[in-house]
Ligand binder design. Structure first.
Ligand code: G4P
Length: 533
């Protein structure tokens, strides 16, 4: 084995890359912060938020984030814990930007599903779960806010199993909830970690650990709670599944952790177990077959573009996920789509809003490259044998509107702005098949995505725009293209449009209309996710 190969093996073995999926308010920001706290990346929880608000506005676009108090941008947080290098791919909090989260999941090897113990599964979590399922990502579940009144733990497990078809394997189990939350039982070590109520947990929590059968335990836990816990544990031991790491890696079993991110409780237990069981960076499918992460030839794909993070530079950053080999500063790579050779001289690691030059990266890592308009989402860069990684899927938007340019003299800027925002993935663009209707149709997951497009057209391209809503809520791509559509003839209650690549897309007012068309035309194959170009 060559020296480089040894180095690659070692780096890949120590890497874990994941993203958190959750519904707004479940505690993603809090959990992220606590993971960073344990990873030693920050020293006081609250630092990330506080620093962000003290910071001057760093871009016009961020001004919109500040005005609305939302987080649109997302970055990558890297930290070390017990010798492992952990990449946490941060995703925007607001549901209107979930498309961004879908793409980020394409760069993750694992997902952490964060659930509010009082609410159980919520809409956004369900949607994001579907994306994880599509990629068979291993899913770890953290059930949060046990320090507050919560639903019955067994009921939450049942919900995960029945609604998501995901088998829950309990790693730790809570004793009491809310005011009577006493701690969790760790099944692997057969110990009870006692919960101590402490404000917002700015520092790592001190945990008192006792063997589960230690008689002293009743000094801390009321008899009735302890008995209820023992009964439920017996149910888990007799009816619960066996631990099966392979099933986790296939996305069939989910290890379950209970805790309270705000008070740091259960976070460390979770992190340790996550690092032990999470999937390491693995092989990726490409046009030349499967590529191993320890293949010596460097390769990576672009999963996200972000424009104008720093107005002084009017720059665009392409986020690439390394799939194989070793990234080294200044290396020359092939940009596969254009066939051009490019030098990667300004690679960056982005930590929240901070940037740091990066010299070396391995499979599983994410680096930010300055993008002078060359990269598009799904592009591959590599050295050696040319290959193309499977593109990033494009999901059905849920709201649609014509975007009009009221100022014919600004036609060129308008067209450039729309094309660049589409390329960046800020919005999906479709066009009417009627040549006379040239205005682009915007497709988005939420209204705020429209607002961002209009805001940025004005700020970055100097063009005004007007929106005219369209009463559709579902899009479906026609699998076999225009020919298949011609065969079925006229469709009712449907608008036929084409996407930015000229492929046919059907827009429906609601899912009822969609089902109607599907049952009337069983031969027509419709897809909620665009076929990869
Ligand atoms: P998000 O990113 O998923 O949207 O959620 P975020 O972390 O911002 O948390 C949402 C709210 O839930 C915050 O309260 C946060 O403090 C609270 N929270 C998160 N984890 C826990 C937990 O384990 N226990 C309890 N009791 N609360 C939790 P907030 O009032 O909106 O903000 P703040 O004033 O507390 O910062």
């Amino acid at each position: 084995m060559s020296q480089l190969q040894q180095e690659l093996e070692q780096a890949v073995n120590l890497r874990r890359t994941f993203a958190i999926i959750s519904h707004p308010d479940a505690g993603k920001t809090t959990l992220t912060e606590k993971l960073l706290l344990y990873g030693g990346a920050i020293h006081l929880a609250g630092a990330v938020k506080a620093r962000a608000s003290q910071r001057h506005v760093t871009s016009d676009w961020m001004e919109l984030e500040q005005q609305r108090g939302i987080s649109i941008t997302s970055t990558v947080l890297q930290f070390n814990y017990q010798g492992c290098c952990v990449n946490l791919l941060d995703t925007p909090g607001h549901k209107d930007f979930s498309e961004d989260t879908y793409r980020t999941l394409a760069a993750a090897d694992n997902a952490v599903m964060l659930v509010d113990a009082a609410k159980g599964l919520e809409t956004q979590t369900r949607k994001l779960f579907e994306v994880c399922r599509m990629r068979s990502l291993p899913i770890f579940t953290f059930i949060n806010k046990l320090d507050r009144p919560a639903r019955e733990p067994l009921e939450l497990l049942d919900e995960i199993e029945k609604e998501l078809g995901l088998i829950p394997y309990v790693m730790n189990y809570p004793i009491g909830t809310g005011d009577r939350f006493k701690g969790v039982y760790d099944r692997a070590s057969k110990t009870i970690h006692l919960f101590k109520r402490s404000g917002h947990g700015q520092r790592e929590a001190e945990v008192q650990i006792l063997p589960a059968d230690d008689p002293q335990i009743l000094d801390y836990i009321d008899q009735d709670l302890y008995e209820k816990f023992l009964e439920e544990l017996e149910v888990l031991d007799t009816l619960g599944p066996e631990w099966d790491e392979q099933a986790l890696h296939r996305g069939e079993i989910t290890p379950i952790f209970f805790g309270s991110a705000m008070t740091n409780f259960g976070v460390e237990l979770f992190l340790k177990s996550f690092l032990e069981h999470a999937l390491k960076p693995g092989v990726h499918d490409s046009s030349i077959g499967e590529v191993s992460p320890v293949d010596e030839e460097f390769s990576a794909f672009v999963f996200k573009l972000q424009a104008n993070m720093d107005p002084k530079h009017r720059d665009r950053i392409a986020f690439v996920r390394v799939c194989s080999g070793k990234f080294e500063k200044d290396m020359a790579v092939t940009h596969v789509r254009s066939g051009k050779s490019i030098r990667l001289s300004h690679a960056q690691k982005l930590f929240g809003q901070d940037r740091e030059a990066i010299d070396i990266a391995y499979a599983g890592d994410v680096i930010g490259l300055n993008n002078p308009g060359m990269f598009a989402i799904g592009d591959t860069i590599c050295i050696g044998k040319k290959r193309q990684y499977a593109g990033i899927p494009c999901f059905s938007p849920e709201i649609f509107a014509y975007l009009r340019n009221p100022n014919p003299s600004k036609f060129k800027q308008f067209r450039k702005g729309v094309a660049e925002l589409q390329e960046e993935g800020a919005i999906q663009i479709m066009y009417s098949v009627d040549e006379a209707k040239r205005d682009p149709i915007l497709g988005a997951v939420g209204q705020l995505q429209f607002e961002v497009v209009q805001f940025r057209l004005q700020n970055e391209y100097g063009v005004e725009s007007q929106l005219e809503s369209l009463a559709f809520s579902v899009a479906r791509w026609v699998e076999d293209g225009w020919e298949a559509l011609d065969e079925v003839g006229r469709l009712f209650n449907t608008l036929v449009v084409k996407d930015s690549l000229g492929r046919p897309v059907l827009l429906f007012k609601n899912t009822w209309n969609l089902s109607q068309i599907e049952s009337d035309h069983p031969k027509l194959r419709l897809k909620a996710i665009a076929p990869i170009a």
